[in-house]
Write a protein that binds this ligand. Structure first.
Ligand code: NAD
Length: 472
């Protein structure tokens, strides 16, 4: 397969797709290594994981270099590596105490006379299918707690961003006892992975998530899905308009809007709409794209160039139906890369694609509301339920509104914090996901299968006693 450099538009990288046979043999190798890995216990595994984190840090320049080409962005590439290392060290520190808290006996409520001793064992082989928007973070966000739980892990990063796998494979060579492997390729490789693992975590679009869930259902394995979003932000009349504009802008455009938790719809109270929009436009126009110098500016190119055309189509359809562009609005081709400056739209209506479908670009459609009830209703009127945000004059006011929003994680007095707060357990709603939370303790505990050793402490029933009991 070939991959495109998002800064030049050129297909300048070729890589071998992992064959069906090689996927099966990697899966078999990992399965064979898993019992010894699980037998190390949480402390033993934590020690190896700490060495894995150290090895990533030592190789950070090579990984960041590859990732910067994959994604067209420099600063975020370093942030991704730091976040990945932090995730590994965080789970390594936390896992032993989580295991220590697992109950070692269960008091029977329904069946007197038995004693129940619970046992816990990891799903042997975990699999991850990952997207292109944060390639390093999202290829490891579930694999790390799965490994800490005692699973072996087979990871398929996106075929759009394959370069970082090479330096990561070198990192793995420094930690040979870690049962982790990467496979590369597109949808067929994803489907093959599902056939070979015992538990799959998928991060990506809602459309692909349905296909993954169907394939997992055929295999009768659990599938956790982390999917797309159309996150709303409500800004009330008591919020400071300049502060709200700054928070709304950052929450919408970080990583060129290519984040599942980006704010994609803004509802602002009419009382402050005028100064809010003025500050928003001013702040948006101060944002620089990272061209020609990738080390300068805020917004990189679209990682996946066809995404730029999709975003433009959302803007054009909105304008054709009466929306106004206050700033931005036009894709720019620079040096072969596809860029979009922050784009602010007003006079949008709920039926427009930019208000219903995931845009995944630095686009802020702003709706002015008169009635807070109506704003809450509109914010909830979506197929998605990943996260949401509220900005108000006080935390109490923001919290009372946030509790009524139908989404997994609600940021109050800030925006788009969903994936940045590791302890904030949440399950996405509606079309945004399925399964136990990847954040919080369940991020690890979901990978443990419970077994009950049911001990009969009295006399086992005879068949005669059973028949008499049944006759009353
Ligand atoms: P995508 O659905 O196109 O692809 C994701 C992965 O699925 C890729 O590795 C791809 O090769 C694989 N795949 C494609 N078809 C498959 C099939 N039929 N069977 C098995 N695997 C298959 O997603 P994308 O475009 O790479 O990523 C962007 C999307 O991811 C956006 O919708 C974004 O919101 C979402 N996302 C969600 C989260 C979250 O935590 N909720 C985080 C980041 C991104």
């Amino acid at each position: 397969m070939q991959a495109i450099n998002p800064r030049t538009g050129e297909a300048d990288y070729e890589f071998a797709v992992t064959s069906r046979e090689d996927i099966a043999s990697e899966a078999a190798r990992l399965r064979a290594a898993q019992p010894a890995w699980e037998a190390l216990g949480p402390e033993g595994r934590a020690g190896v994981m700490m060495r894995f984190a150290d090895a990533i840090e030592a190789a950070a320049p090579a990984i960041a270099g590859a990732l910067a080409v994959d994604t067209g962005r420099q600063a975020v590439s370093w942030i991704e590596i730091q976040a990945c290392v932090g995730n590994i060290r965080g789970w390594a520190a936390k896992a032993p105490s989580l295991f220590a808290q697992l109950p070692s006996e269960v008091e029977p409520s329904f069946t007197p006379g038995v004693e129940i001793v619970p046992a816990y064992s990891a799903y042997p082989l975990f699999g991850a299918i990952c997207p292109w928007n944060f390639p390093v973070i999202l290829s490891h966000i579930d694999a790390v707690p799965a490994l800490m739980a005692g699973c072996a892990a087979l990871v398929k990063p996106s075929e759009i961003t394959p370069r970082f796998v090479e330096p990561m494979r070198e990192v793995l060579a420094a930690v040979p006892e870690l049962p982790l492997a990467y496979i590369r390729g597109g949808p067929e490789v994803g489907q093959a992975l599902i056939e070979d693992v015992d538990y799959v975590c998928f991060t990506g679009s809602t459309a692909t998530g349905r296909k993954v869930a169907e394939a997992a259902a055929r295999q009768l394995i659990p599938a956790n899905l982390e999917l797309g979003g159309k996150d709303p932000m409500i800004i009330t009349a008591s919020a400071d308009p300049e502060w709200a504009a700054g928070v709304a802008l950052r929450s919408s455009i970080v990583a060129t809007g290519q984040a599942c938790q980006s704010i994609e719809r803004i509802y602002v109270a009419r009382d402050i709409a005028e100064p809010f929009l003025a500050h928003l436009v001013e702040a948006a126009e101060a944002v620089a794209i990272t061209y020609p110098d990738p080390a300068q500016g805020h917004l990189g190119p679209f990682i996946f160039p066809p995404q730029g055309a999709k975003v433009q189509a959302h803007i054009d359809a909105a304008v054709a139906s009466g929306a106004r562009v206050l700033t931005g609005g036009q894709i720019e081709q620079l040096g072969g890369g596809t860029y979009l400056r922050p784009t602010i739209l007003t006079d949008v209506t709920p039926d427009m694609p930019v208000m219903r479908e995931e845009t995944f670009g630095p686009v802020l459609p702003v709706t002015v509301y008169d009635d807070l009830e109506d704003a809450v209703r509109q914010a909830n009127d979506t197929e998605y339920g990943l996260s949401a945000a509220v900005l108000a004059g006080s935390m109490e006011e923001a919290a009372s509104i946030g509790a009524r929003l139908e989404a997994g994680a609600i940021s109050l007095q800030d925006g788009a914090m969903t994936s940045m707060v590791g302890d904030a357990a949440n399950e996405s709603r509606k079309g945004s996901g399925l399964g136990p939370s990847r954040m919080g303790d369940s991020g690890l505990l979901r990978f443990l299968r419970r077994q009950s050793l049911i001990q009969q402490t009295g006399a086992a029933l005879t068949i005669d006693a059973y028949a008499e009991g049944a006759r009353g």
